[in-house]
Design a protein around this ligand. Structure first.
Ligand SMILES: [Zn+2]
Length: 74
């Protein structure tokens, strides 16, 4: 199985959406634990990295991509 790639600032989709109905989470802390914030209601949760990787479905918007888009506009 391929290891999931994600980085600080990425917007990721999880296997289960947040109860508020949003399924887009921003990675706001990287470490042994990963903190992600719901982009719908700003609620943040802390998950051990292993659990985060199990629950994450895919990266929706990578932070690098967002940065290059900003640069293009300038
Ligand atoms: Zn939410």
């Amino acid at each position: 199985m391929q290891k999931k790639q994600f980085a600080l600032g990425d917007i990721v989709e999880m296997k289960k959406p947040h109860p508020c109905g949003t399924n887009a989470w921003k990675v706001i802390r990287m470490g042994a634990d990963i903190r992600i914030k719901c982009t719908g209601c700003d609620h943040s949760i802390l998950l051990p990295r292993r659990r985060f990787e199990q629950r994450m479905k895919k990266v929706l918007v990578s932070a690098e991509q967002t940065e290059s888009q900003v640069k293009d506009r300038e």
